[in-house]
Design a protein around this ligand. Structure first.
Ligand SMILES: NC(=O)c1ccc[n+]([C@@H]2O[C@H](COP(=O)([O-])OP(=O)(O)OC[C@H]3O[C@@H](n4cnc5c(N)ncnc54)[C@H](OP(=O)(O)O)[C@@H]3O)[C@@H](O)[C@H]2O)c1
Length: 249
């Protein structure tokens, strides 16, 4: 039987209280990794960590980690170091949208999305990478989006961050490869989560016309791709993008 065993690995997933991040955290826990669940609210993160731990018999911990705030990221990461010494797997999943047509987009709309989606990713990755370098093993998976490749009306800020993650991924992959740390990106299409629940029915139908597989994806569809990239089966893949979008791009 072929299986993925991450029982000696410690993972941190940003934005894992809901949606794609939660599905990723659950699947890593199913593969026996220890998992840090994070979100802006400590109690919520702890509750999700307890649920995943109890349901799957996995070792989990829930921490507040606000990606818009470097101090919050540093505090959370130092708790992880205190508990487990660091992480082997980092999934940069947390991301926000502040959609507006470009002519109405304020500097604040622009900066808020960059702060969470790009600067937060830089800060948490800088911290996590130190232990990976020492251990000469690491897996970093960045969650981008199909709109980083196609562009989208009303998402100049968001799409810029998601394309930005491509440069981040490819450059970091080259810098870390000699230490056996892979850096890859997963680019989801339209996935059923709170982020897409706000779309009008008309817009959903419009998007569906362009998805050959004929449905929006599930968070689990994305989680499978992330698990693969964290596994030994992907040990010779780095700087790569895995598109999970039902064929739309
Ligand atoms: N859904 C899609 O169709 C889709 C498509 C392509 C790409 N993506 C990308 O996939 C990732 C996850 O999306 P999703 O749809 O699962 O989103 P979601 O349902 O909106 O969940 C977002 C997660 O991020 C956390 N979060 C929000 N702001 C945060 C902050 N400032 N600091 C730390 N955590 C924060 C939330 O936790 P708390 O509220 O507890 O803080 C939550 O766990 C994002 O990067 C998104 O851009 C999604």
């Amino acid at each position: 039987m072929v299986s993925i065993d991450l029982s000696d690995k410690r993972a941190l997933v940003t934005g894992s209280t809901r949606g794609i991040g939660r599905a990723v955290a659950e699947l890593l826990a199913r593969a026996s990794a220890k998992v840090v669940i994070t979100g802006r609210d400590e109690l919520r993160a702890q509750e999700v960590a307890r649920e995943i731990g109890a349901n799957l018999g996995a070792e989990t911990v829930g921490l507040a980690l606000d990606m818009s705030n470097a101090d919050s990221i540093k505090q959370a990461y130092s708790k992880v170091e205190g508990l487990w010494g660091g992480v082997d797997i980092l999934v940069n999943n947390a991301g926000i949208t502040r959609d507006k047509l470009f002519l109405r987009m304020s500097l604040e709309d622009w900066e808020e999305v960059l702060r969470v989606n790009l600067t937060g990713t830089f800060v948490i990755t800088s911290l996590a990478v130190k232990g990976m370098l020492k251990n000469r093993w690491g897996r970093i998976v960045n969650i981008s989006s199909v709109v980083g490749f196609t562009g989208n009306v009303g998402q100049v800020n968001y799409a810029s961050t998601k394309s930005g993650l491509l440069g981040f991924t490819k450059s970091l992959a080259k810098e870390l490869a000699t230490r056996n740390i892979t850096v890859n990106m997963v680019a989801p299409g339209f996935i059923e989560t709170d982020m897409t629940a706000v779309l009008s029915e008309d817009l959903r139908q419009e998007y569906l016309k362009n998805i050959p597989l004929g449905r929006f994806g599930k968070p689990e569809d994305v989680a499978g791709a992330v698990l693969f990239l964290c596994s030994e089966y992907a040990s010779y893949i780095t700087g790569e993008v895995l598109h999970v979008n039902g064929g739309m791009y």
